[in-house]
Design a protein around this ligand. Sequence first.
Ligand code: GDP
Length: 319
Amino acid sequence: MAAQIAAGDRRALARAITLVESARADHRAGALALLGALGSGRQALRIGLSGTPGVGKSTFIEAFGLMLTGQGLKVAVLAVDPSSARSGGSILGDKTRMEQLSRHPMAFIRPSPSQAQMGGVARRTREAVALCEAAGFDVVLIETVGVGQSETVVAELCDLFLLLLAPAGGDELQGVKRGIMEMADLILVNKADGDLKPAAMRTQADYAGALRLLRRRPQDPEGYPRALCVSAVEQSGLEAAWAEMQHLADWRRSHGHWTTRRADQARHWFGEEVRQGLLAALTREPAKGIMARLGERVAAGEVTPESAAAEMLGLLGRG
Ligand code: GDP
């Protein structure tokens, strides 16, 4: 399978992603062996894209993806959708989304799996990104709807983080949380066409002003992060947005920030895996039973919550 993926076989890639998504222990072992065999030789440009439903993410990805494939680049699209754990649905799941791009021989689109814990989503997406890189994709787009922790997860997975917004009606910033603004490398105000164009330009100017007030980040050249207008429908502003992305990526590569960011992300995910592993251990025997028994003793007033917790942590620490 590793050889097929390295040769760019998309069906093998799809099967491999199914393998890393599986919760079965034997599949897990296979997934780890596969990822190990593939190594980390190839690097794609990983672009995170966040935006609330309706801002035009799929329209944008279709237009932007087709523009990139038109330039001879191989494009993979993955989705992180924690809300699907609740609804059972999935973003990108609708076959009519990105119809042209999904049929393009240089593109690969993977809907988000439904039914997953946030920790599981992060791991599976991270591993899917690694598989796409090994399969020789030049650009990996990771889409997320702006809910819960998903932006933070995507920001920790990508080299560039884009925030897609729609033109605002009023003059207030659309309730975009400061933390998300600070994560964004580029803010793209979509739907800058027809009647919406003046509103899009006002929104873009508002965000450009707000971004100037943020502290300049060491990983950015002067004048970044920036806000731009695009129209996914009219396919305007896409080349300018791509030029900005390449400029940022090149600047970071040549200043050492690219490598540093990936190293920091690797360290972050190592810590997360350990934390998730510890939490998972609590839901399995013997820890689960001991927790339950200690919980009963705490409830009966035989031992304080604090000392019971200390006892539990001591047991876990001894493995
Ligand atoms: P998503 O939920 O973020 O993936 O948004 P969609 O891509 O499904 O788009 C939501 C709606 O906005 C659809 O009706 C699109 O046709 C429309 N839309 C998307 N991009 C543009 C754009 O650039 N201009 C205009 N006018 N409408 C757009």
